[in-house]
Design a protein around this ligand. Structure first.
Ligand code: AMP
Length: 192
């Protein structure tokens, strides 16, 4: 089973993806994690995307599609969870083609619905918690980058809600509940 977790920054996509990996042996494909890894390891690509990411803007479709293409050729285990990808209509089209090439299909697109004030609180809270625990704070978890990230979501990514609705793949869950409640709602969709 292959699914997309769709939603704005701070909606809980990463948290829910990790639950699904643990419970269902699925593979989390987070383009954000891959890009951060490239940034820290100082690869050529990592250096090129650092500034764009820190600002909160999206990196080019070409780069992220390339990252995903590579991963789809590896072990599929219990299926893929696309977390933070696709983020543009071009990426969504590309994902459809890549899956088809692999003889795979997209089973569900799960939209985590939240409101903007909660997002800002969650992200600011995530940064404060990391700082208090002596852990690295994401360079883009600050108020200025957050505004850019939210704008990128509304301008470039939110059209995907309509795109997948029209394809008949969209399922929406209330992302404002507790982690366990959201997890239960997602399980309900995957097990239906
Ligand atoms: P995330 O961890 O998903 O919040 O992603 C962090 C940052 O990585 C984003 O703000 C973008 O700069 C970049 N990024 C991650 N995934 C994508 C994507 N699918 N397309 C473009 N940029 C991305």
């Amino acid at each position: 089973m292959n699914i997309i977790l769709l939603g704005p920054p701070g909606a809980g996509k990463g948290t829910q993806a990790r639950f699904l990996c643990d419970d269902r042996n699925m593979i989390q494909l987070s383009t954000g994690d891959m890009l951060r890894e490239a940034k820290t390891s100082g690869t050529e690509m990592g250096k090129r995307v650092a500034e764009v990411m820190d600002r909160g803007d999206l990196v080019t479709d070409e780069i992220v599609i390339g990252l995903i293409r590579e991963k789809l050729q590896g072990d599929k285990k219990g299926g893929f969870i696309f977390d933070g990808f696709p983020r543009t209509l071009a990426q969504a089209d590309a994902l459809g083609e890549l899956l088809q090439e692999q003889g795979e299909a997209l089973d569900h697109v799960v939209e985590l619905q939240v409101n903007d004030e909660v997002l800002v609180d969650r992200i600011v809270g995530r940064a404060a918690e990391a700082a208090a625990a002596g852990q690295p704070v994401r360079a883009d978890d600050n108020e200025e980058s957050l505004k850019v990230r939210l704008m990128a979501y509304y301008k470039q990514t939110s059209p995907l809600v309509g795109y997948y609705y029209a394809k008949g793949d969209l399922k929406s869950v209330d992302g404002l509940g507790t982690m366990d409640a959201v997890k239960g709602d997602i399980a309900g969709i995957l097990d239906a």
